[in-house]
Design a protein around this ligand. Structure first.
Ligand code: SF4
Length: 68
């Protein structure tokens, strides 16, 4: 499943980083980056949690794309 960021909505508050720091990273400029785009099955629970907890609804998980 494909993960993406709506950079216009993200306010770099690091909620997602706290949930899955191996996937979400803030750089020195407080810009959020993903360490992966295709989410493996064993990380889906944390990614779904991050999507649900993002206060800006800035994370998009395309549940329609095929599993890897
Ligand atoms: S939780 Fe949402 S607003 Fe906060 S850094 Fe992550 S994507 Fe951006």
């Amino acid at each position: 499943m494909k993960l993406s960021i709506d950079t216009d909505r993200c306010e770099a508050n690091a909620v997602c980083v706290g949930i899955a720091p191996d996937i979400f990273e803030l750089d020195d400029q407080d810009v959020l980056h993903l360490t992966l785009v295709d989410v493996p099955a064993d990380r889906l629970d944390d990614v779904r949690e991050a999507v649900a907890q993002c206060p800006r609804a800035a994370l998009v998980l395309d549940e329609s794309s095929p599993d890897q």
